[in-house]
Design a protein around this ligand. Structure first.
Ligand code: F6R
Length: 260
């Protein structure tokens, strides 16, 4: 795992945007895995800025979102489909047919989950997967106790997750109980995993994921198995890390990061 600490979430998002830009420029058909929620919002603003300035072209980019609520139509204002079009896709030149979401309204949800896996495979796999982390250590909607080799499937959300997500709805009661999520095994197949975590409230989950044991109770700890997992943090999210000085020292001595 590569742990990178930046003074604040905006600087951290800049680094994420530059890394994604590099991948988009390098690959003939870049495949990017995306997350919703508060964490990547500034990153998406930066990608839009790069597009508007003419330094980034999304016409060859293919995307797969991590998750979607079961039972919400794409047009629902709190669906992840709507979130992504609102905060990114409508403001860049991505082709609508290159954008993929789990469909929370699929008639056969199980079969749809398998189809989603196949779509990712057909696209050649995910080059970089953007991830946030829940306060309970979830990635995607793989809640604690999820199998570390799970695939795309329906997951029941914890009450804590529904509470955290209430800001995107009128109240917690309106947050669906179920979501389709890429599994941990699916996420681990991305060539790069980029986990971003900002703010004091993520500090405990970050420390458990990075320095704790590999355990299904902290799904993000599965990233310890990944050969190229980057954990991008602001200062506030680092307060429970024991080896913080070491991570900073490593970063300062890695010239390849300085080019970003
Ligand atoms: C969202 C997702 C979730 C969030 C996580 C953090 O697509 O997969 O795992 O990344 O719940 O949410 P925020 O960023 O709102 O704190």
């Amino acid at each position: 795992m590569e742990i990178i600490v930046q003074p604040d979430s905006q600087k951290a998002s800049w680094l994420a945007a530059k890394l994604i830009k590099k991948i988009i420029l390098e690959k003939p058909r870049p495949v990017i895995g995306l997350a919703t929620g508060n964490t990547p919002l500034f990153l998406y603003k930066l990608l839009i800025k790069m597009y508007r300035e003419g330094s980034l072209d999304f016409s060859r980019v293919v995307t797969f979102n991590l998750d979607e609520y079961v039972g919400l139509s794409p047009g629902h204002p709190s669906s992840y489909h709507h979130f992504m079009w609102e905060n990114l896709f409508s403001q860049i030149n991505i082709r609508p047919e290159s954008v993929h979401f789990p469909n929370g309204l699929a008639a056969d949800l199980q079969a749809h989950c398998q189809d989603y896996e196949q779509e990712i495979e057909k696209a050649g796999g995910i080059d970089i997967q953007v991830l946030g982390i829940g306060v309970n250590g979830h990635i995607g909607y793989n809640e604690p106790t999820s199998s570390l080799s799970s695939r795309t499937r329906i997951e029941i959300l914890t009450e804590q997750t529904r509470k955290s997500n209430a800001v995107f709805f009128g109240s917690k009661d309106e947050v669906p109980f179920k979501a389709i999520t890429m599994g941990i095994g699916t996420i681990l197949e991305a060539r790069i995993c980029l986990l971003m975590a900002f703010g004091q409230k993520k500090a405990r989950a970050v420390a458990q994921a990075v320095e704790g044991p590999l355990t299904a109770m902290v799904p993000a700890s599965a990233l310890q198995l990944h050969p190229q997992a980057i954990v991008l943090l602001d200062q506030d999210a680092t307060t429970e890390l024991k080896y913080l000085d070491y991570y900073k020292w490593v970063y300062d001595h890695k010239p390849e990061w300085q080019e970003y």
